[in-house]
Design a protein around this ligand. Sequence first.
Ligand SMILES: [Zn+2]
Length: 301
Amino acid sequence: MCSDDHAVFLSSGSRSRRAIGQTGFHRFQLGGTTITALCDGHFALSVQEVLRDGEMPMQPLLERACVGAVVSSHVNAFLIELGAHRMLIDAGAGDLQDATLGDMSAQLVAAGLRPEQVDTVLVTHLHPDHIGGLTRNGVAVFPHAVIHVPREEDAFWLGAGNPETVDASVRATFEHARQILAPYRAEGRYRLFDSGAVWNGCVTAESLSGHTRGHTGYRLHTKEGDVVFCGDLFHVASVQLADPDVTVCYDSEPAKARTTRAAFLADACRRSDIVAAAHAPFPGLGRIVAADNGYAWHPVA
Ligand SMILES: [Zn+2]
């Protein structure tokens, strides 16, 4: 039985001035937990520049998936409401990237919530499209939230790091992470954790290392099934699920990203989890199903 047989749709809306396709917020309930997908916006992703060859030749794969030279990729963040707790997973790009991004906190307000109500932020990794929305003009956007960061992410991007080992497109992450996290670190609202950490008894951190050193997913357990927030496990679902060996230029460790993706997809397919993905078409919710020799994305609305 599919667990979204139990999912209860609550509301959706859009205040976006940048509408392309479906944007806004999307709220539903599963097993007594309310989850809201928040659209931060979208950006243009050049397939030739970003995707790296996998097992199969790239061109037939692109044609089969009807993918053109440029893909419009959404950026999604997610809010979990658990009793009195408001837990945000990732925070969008803020003003660090394209002008078509940075809508996350406005969508939060459109969904009837205020940044002051968020008590916990869990970040999948420290790339700017996942943390940029935490800070505006040097001031914390979430005045009461504690920011939880995978220990290996902190060590790599805020420690000595090694800028030469990452693609030029993500090299600014070292400086951005320092700036964005500074208010929270200064106010003592910054915590590190390891894989396996648990929040409020029902959200567990699971290492999805490869895209970045400490890239981490979060599993929300409900009595009616799990939702797995997988961050940047894939960027172009139609290509990277069909051939999980296809990597992206942003990957810190492409070989590790491949094996992590293959294991995650097999597991999510077997368990029929709802998967919440940062770069799947908004609201970024779907299931992984077997297709041909790989997998396909089945949206769950
Ligand atoms: Zn991303």
